[in-house]
Design a protein around this ligand. Structure first.
Ligand code: TXA
Ligand code: MG
Length: 331
């Protein structure tokens, strides 16, 4: 497949120009696919109320139809309109964290097509903060179904170039708003029951959620079981680079780095060391680390090394989402 002619348009990430947004909205209006930046990762968007357009998302990603999509809206009112039921917890979380990197699973209204929700009676909703995402939703005049703009099981894109390399001409238009600021996929919670359940950790962490509404402790095994029913994407090999990746706890990492291993490997440490033992250092601060992680993995994936070895960050709430993605990348 040649991606020579993939259509990419630059947009100012803070004040996107109307012309680019108009062109993209026309593509959405015709049932096409537009990749656009959100603050987390790039999304592959289509009109969420158009079943045919939604099916094209699954084709472009090579994603099984059993794995539901997130619907992006530009206001809390619009989100409520897509929900059959809007619990108090949803309202409180929306007030606290929207627009922003939080996705909430609620019971769905009948106007949401089955394809979006993979037949579940719930829908995942998010109001993104990125000005380009918001302008596109507002100008299109429809909610946008958008998974991360990558092929199924591959790494999420944090730049337009990642999207172009991964999807090429499978996408009708890419809006290039530069690198994303959060860098990891949104925090995903189910608010269908109380306490709410954390289905996918993100940079809005469990302590921040718990300060607003009671949140069920994240139990990987419990979530794993539920995930196969509620959220298939959570239980599979996911978010993975092509190169084999090993995520190693800090205690073991030091000896491993010194070890006499012969394989062609790239060692990624965390920022406070002197850096002499590692090939790459990522920042010791979680927000900065998250922003850079996928770009580094995309870059390393393009080199022919046998293995990427990554030092696991500490087991604290602020690092939970990063540890989760490293574990998945390593599985
Ligand atoms: O940051 C993000 O969330 C990005 C940007 C583009 O918004 N989107 C994203 O979408 O990461 P995706 O499709 O790659 O991941 C969405 C996850 C999947 O694991 C899916 O299974 C889960 O959300 N999901 C969607 N609808 C659901 C539902 N009704 N119940 C439970 N899980 C759901
Ligand atoms: Mg994804």
């Amino acid at each position: 497949m040649s991606d020579e002619t993939t259509s990419v348009r630059r947009v100012d990430p803070k004040t996107p120009d109307d012309e680019a947004i108009d062109v993209a909205s026309d593509v959405i209006g015709r049932g096409g696919l537009v990749a656009f930046p959100t603050e987390t990762v790039y999304g592959l968007g289509a009109d969420a109320l158009n079943s045919e357009a939604v099916k094209r998302i699954f084709d472009a990603k090579g994603r099984p139809a059993t794995n539901p999509l997130i619907v992006h809206v530009a206001s809390i009112d619009r989100a409520r309109g897509l929900a059959a039921d809007w619990p108090d917890a949803a309202q409180r979380l929306a007030r606290a964290f929207w627009p922003g990197p939080l996705t909430m699973v609620v019971r769905r209204s009948p106007q949401v097509p089955d394809e979006v929700c993979a037949g579940l009676d719930t829908v995942a909703l998010r109001m993104p903060a990125h000005p380009v995402a918001r302008a596109l939703i507002e100008t299109s005049g429809c909610p946008l179904a958008a998974p991360s703009a990558n092929r199924y099981t591959e790494l999420s894109p944090t730049t337009a170039e990642h999207v172009r390399r991964g999807l090429g001409r499978r996408v009708d238009l890419i809006l290039d708003g530069g690198p994303t600021s959060v860098g990891l996929e949104s925090t995903l919670v189910s608010v269908v029951q109380t306490p709410i359940t954390l289905l996918r950790p993100g940079m809005i962490d469990r302590r921040q959620l718990s300060a607003v509404v009671p949140t069920e402790a994240f139990e990987p095994r419990v979530v794993e079981e539920k995930a196969t029913r509620q959220s298939p994407g959570l239980s599979e090999r996911h978010y993975s680079p092509d190169t084999s990746l090993r995520a190693v706890e800090a205690t073991e990492f030091a000896s491993l780095v010194d070890g006499p291993e012969k394989t062609q490997r790239v060692v990624v440490g965390i920022g406070d060391g002197d850096g002499s033992q590692t090939d790459h250092q990522l920042p010791a601060e979680p927000d900065a680390y998250a922003r850079q992680l996928y770009a580094l993995l995309h870059e390393l994936d393009r080199r022919s090394v046998d293995e990427i070895v990554v030092e696991m960050p500490p087991s604290t709430p602020q690092w939970e989402a990063i540890r989760d993605r490293l574990r998945r990348a390593a599985s």
